[in-house]
Design a protein around this ligand. Structure first.
Ligand code: ADP
Ligand code: MG
Length: 435
């Protein structure tokens, strides 16, 4: 399969257009392919065994948390860690699956940070997000840094595609759900989305239009900002305390790295100014990241009449003991509000894209309900979307509300588990020099 893989950037280097040929062409690659997925919290290595004719025969993966000190250290340390993890994983390969005699391997690299991509397998980091701050890696080719670290590990693995995680998710979505998949969206530690655009609508594209007539635009929507965003003092606090103040405002209101912190700031304010937890302010509320988003989602999901899970989380995580039902109700409704805001904002972002590509909007020409609706699939990936069920429900409901049920369009969100990694491996396969 051929994928031209040419890209362009917007004025800040944030919108990348990617010549999109996949989905139109049959996936016919065979053999073992790897992917490395560097997200915000976890790092995944993945092995896909492709059987040709569009078949994935098997897949294995391993997930490792990135040590915090490596997120704010040097590029060399981070990439040595990642390369060594990949090397150990490669060593577990089942030789029976391996049809190649030499030990040359190829991997796709799903990298979920803003990059000015210069070719299919090279790109310079524009900035770090989601708690990463590795200044010496900025402006440098991320693939070269990784490739050098792989060489130091003594293994022969070639990074043959650099893919934003949203693009990987979209590619995986197209592989699984076919051509109605027009959007890839991540809701994990951070958030971002990409979508399929008509190539002739990409005004900055000065070269020959790709044969497919389509391109993928990586929006880097985490950095969206607008005076209309419903920001609160807690968003300001979260922004101030982050490693990238002033950046990624949308991400900081919507994604997993921040929802726990927003709720913590609100609880702290309520404890200080309204004595929510009595005369003393619980110390844990002053501690950064003491309340994680997974705790917020646990509180949110508690529908018991006594809110017993809320009591347990407050007790175990924030060391707030012997809470009253009234206190627990307040904590629950705070988590509900923050989750609702996040889910609805994420849906609003998707609706904006759908309108842009003519897959949502007013019911023109008197659409009759008996007619076939135009279906769009959004391939979703990320721990927040996967695990935070009330958030997901708010997002889905808001999207249905915006798209409407009586109009000519319908939209489905589909969890594309490990989508970014699978997509990266598929794209590596499609670029394989060794078929
Ligand atoms: P990454 O964004 O690093 O690629 P993931 O997609 O695995 O990683 O998402 C991890 C994020 O998902 C965590 O940072 C956390 O915010 C969120 N998350 C994980 N588990 C839960 C949960 N049970 N409820 C809500 N959010 C969760
Ligand atoms: Mg990820």
């Amino acid at each position: 399969m051929v994928l031209a893989g040419r890209l362009i950037c917007n004025w800040r280097g944030e919108i990348l257009a990617f010549d999109l040929s996949f989905g139109k062409i049959f996936w016919d690659e065979e053999g073992l392919f790897y992917a490395v997925d560097l997200g915000g919290t976890n790092f995944r290595v993945l092995r896909l065994h492709l059987g040709g004719k569009g078949q994935v025969l098997s897949q294995e993966s391993k997930e490792i948390a990135i040590p915090r000190e490596l997120m704010v250290g040097t590029g060399k340390d981070l990439f040595d860690f990642i390369a060594n993890t990949l090397a150990t994983f490669v060593d577990t390969e089942d030789i029976l699956l391996d049809s190649k005699s030499n030990k040359h391997r190829e991997a796709g690299f799903a990298f979920s940070f803003p990059v000015r991509q210069t070719s299919v397998k090279s790109g310079n980091v524009i900035q770090w997000t989601k708690g990463f701050k590795i200044d010496d890696a900025i402006g440098k080719d991320i693939v070269k840094q990784f490739q050098d670290a792989i060489s130091r590990s003594g293994h022969d693995v070639e990074i043959s595609a650099l893919v934003n995680d949203t693009v990987g998710t979209l590619a995986g979505g197209r592989y699984n759900f076919q051509e109605e998949t027009m959007i890839g969206c991540i809701l994990g530690t951070g958030t971002n989305a990409c979508y399929v655009e008509r190539a002739d609508a990409v005004k900055k594209w000065k070269e020959a239009l790709p044969k497919s007539g389509e391109m993928v635009i990586n929006l880097e929507w985490g950095n969206f900002r607008s005076p209309w965003l419903p920001r609160t003092f807690a968003d300001d606090e979260v922004d101030k305390e982050s490693v990238n103040p002033g950046d990624q405002w949308f991400e900081k209101m919507v994604s997993g790295m921040y929802l726990g912190e927003i709720v913590r700031h609100m609880l702290l304010r309520l404890a200080e100014e309204a004595t929510l937890f009595g005369d003393t302010v619980p110390e844990k509320l002053r501690e950064q990241q003491s309340l994680e988003t997974k705790h917020v989602s646990k509180i949110h999901a508690d529908i018991s009449s006594e809110l017993q899970t809320v009591a347990t989380v407050l007790h175990e995580v924030l060391r707030i003991h012997d809470t009253t039902l009234e206190q627990r109700r307040i904590v629950h409704s705070l988590c509900d509000m923050v989750g609702q805001r996040g889910g609805r904002l994420a849906a609003a972002g998707l609706y904006g894209i759908l309108k842009k590509i003519g897959r949502a909007g007013p019911n023109k020409n008197g659409f009759a309900l008996s007619r076939q609706k135009k279906t769009t699939v959004v391939a979703m990936d990320g721990g927040l979307y996967e695990h935070h069920h009330p958030y997901r429900k708010y997002m889905e409901d808001a999207l249905q509300e915006l798209v409407g049920t009586n109009g000519p369009y319908e939209v489905f969100l589909r969890l594309q588990n490990d989508g970014s990694g699978i997509g990266a491996a598929l794209l590596a396969a499609s670029h394989s020099r060794h078929r």
